[in-house]
Design a protein around this ligand. Structure first.
Ligand code: FES
Length: 162
């Protein structure tokens, strides 16, 4: 999904309220609720934070803290192609920094950015559980190991073309 617009006729507050109502009985409900909101809206919009805080009897700072701690949650919708470059130690040691430089040079993007046309988002992550085969990159839902700059170009261009 590439927009924060909820389904026709539903506001962000209504989506949040419905999601809380469905999941608030779970233990540690905030995380599953945030995931469900992101699944529905493509992101966790800033305006969702006060609604969540009120509904879950938490402070806005508590909710904001959780949203900002987990890199998977985003305030703006991701691009149609998402690329995550692992920057944790094992991948850094085998060259993930070169991939970051390559994204900057070839695509003109910094980590955390989404292209203005919504085609591509590039993020950093800290370990994808594929440490022995680094540098590791996730494109969409798929992990790729031993990624060099040529392979990264291929992966990104193929994903954007499909
Ligand atoms: S350090 Fe990159 S996958 Fe674990």
């Amino acid at each position: 999904m590439t927009t924060t617009e909820p389904q026709p006729g539903r506001t962000v507050a209504e989506v949040v309220t419905d999601t809380v109502a469905a999941l608030e009985g779970q233990r540690g409900a905030l995380l599953p609720i945030l995931h469900a909101i992101q699944e529905t809206l493509g992101c966790v919009p800033r305006e969702a934070v006060p609604v969540l805080a009120e509904r879950l009897n938490l402070s806005r700072a508590d909710v904001h803290g959780v949203v900002s701690f987990y890199h998977d949650f985003r305030a703006e919708p991701a691009g149609r192609t998402t690329v995550k470059i692992c920057r944790a130690e094992a991948c850094q040691a085998v060259g993930s920094g070169r991939l970051v430089d390559h994204v900057r040079d070839r695509y003109g993007m910094e980590l955390g950015e989404t292209r203005s046309d919504g085609a591509l988002t590039v993020d950093q992550v800290f370990c994808l559980g594929n440490c022995a085969l680094g540098p590791t990159v996730q494109v969409g839902a798929r992990l790729h190991g031993r990624v060099d700059t040529a392979k990264l170009t291929d992966l990104i261009d193929s994903a954007m073309a499909s």
